[in-house]
Ligand binder design. Sequence first.
Ligand code: FEO
Ligand code: CA
Ligand code: CA
Ligand code: CA
Length: 565
Amino acid sequence: ATSARAQAAAFDFEPIGIATDFDIHVPAGYQWKPLVRWGDALFSEADGAYSAETGVPVDMSDKVFGENTDGMETFEVDGRTVLAINSEYVNPKINLPEASEGMPQSEEEVRLLKNMQGVTVLEVADSGNGYEVVVDSPFNRRITHETQMTMDGPAAGSDLVKTNADPDGMSSIGTMNNCGSGKTLWGTYLTCEENFNGYFGATGDYEETDGIKRYGIGAEGRYAYEKFDPRYDLSQEPNEPNRHGWVTEIDPSDASSVPVKHTALGRFKHENAEMVQAEDGRIVVYMGDDERGEFMYKYVSNGTWAEGEPTEGLLSDGTLYVAKFNDDQTGEWLPLTPETTGMEMAEMLVFARMAGSKVGATTMDRPEWIAANPLRCEAYCALTNNKNRGIKPNAGGDETPVGGPNPREANNYGQIVRWWPTGEDHGAETFTWDLYVMAGNPEVHEGMMGGSANVTPGNMFNSPDGMAFDTKGMLWIQTDGDDDNEGDFAGMGNNQMLVGNPETGEIARFLTAPNGAEVTGLTWSPDRKVAFVGIQHPGGSWPDGEGKPRSSVISVWREDGEALG
Ligand code: FEO
Ligand code: CA
Ligand code: CA
Ligand code: CA
């Protein structure tokens, strides 16, 4: 009780216990309710389109909120509140008719799945009864696997991104597997394309290049798109995968704006994009590549920026770096250039993983979200887990030795690494680092598998993934791990959201998700009185209590009306 009270004092809430049910739990004095669920209408013509038995009909599928919510950000546009929210992937068994047995059987069914993913932009307003979606708002928009985009930066227009449909290699279609997010300093949305590889397949012969292998692209697409759409067929459009795996910028203030894929930030399985600024005003974007044995990156613009100045070139003209962590808790950002990699500029960006291998970057335990502390010059990356160390994730990947920020051989639990840029400058090319937390189970294991000193039987968790700092400098941590509550994971319960104090190292559990779900995506209302939290792939019949489970964004607020975060 004493330690719980001490934590309550530090955190402004009474930490909660684990849960194993199909519900959401928050601390005493807090409330929650759904803000928007998979299938909810963005436009009145889709009102009532969602059915608890059959889901969403194909003709309404681009007029409703997508499935499997992930990263999101809040924007203030002319005094109105606009959210941009990723829909990472789709569960075919939930979306398709039962007769289809979980795989699309027609072009129509492929279209339904394409429309349920991508990005949703929507306006919300507090009507006095909490935040609700503003149906028919001029800001409301769906961006899907079929939305027209452009590309910029050194790889745009190169032979590697040219296709039959786009011989100039400048206008890509669709953004896919939109995982984490970012917000630019000038008020636009960054959506990050993660496991794009799984959308491609082949109906005939194709060349298994080093690049195809390193990025895990194979003959069988996870949703059989290639059988119904030649754009996803490697035997017809071998360069189409090179047009995905980028950080894509969307202007949420203009529903007719064309999203831009920024090739200068490199192509890999992007988790999120955390933008900060160097001391001299250059733009810095930290990024993780979520795959066992892949790398952490940062992009630094050549130009500088200050409020009110033009943003031209800031995300298309700069240097991409990859992280090298030394065992003595120092580290370096290694620049990727034609000189350091021996690769041509476009090739180096399209195959950034191969460029990282050439300069000797450090293989990591799956870098997920990166979050920078707004109150001091430091950043954190969730290294979610690495259950199969030594098994190369993709042909051509590097060895993955134990060491540095990846200290455990069989890493079921994950850890969070943090670094301090030299001279308190995010533009610096060197840093020092430590592990903020090493997750573990102190009731089941001793030593490193029991976790670091700030892990206790009262706050245990595994597989940190989503992270965001609030304005008070507290680190919110979301998990995407094993929720069986058995064996190595006994006592951890469902996936959860915790709050970490960077100063003291203390971590306290704030929210538990329904069984089956991961918690991913966190943003706040402009007045910070409401937190918006993403609940992805829930089990049971959450949140409706009957029918299909519905991935949703929820609102969480304090009963006393005070700000949280
Ligand atoms: Fe989509 Fe790495 O999480
Ligand atoms: Ca994630
Ligand atoms: Ca994850
Ligand atoms: Ca996920």
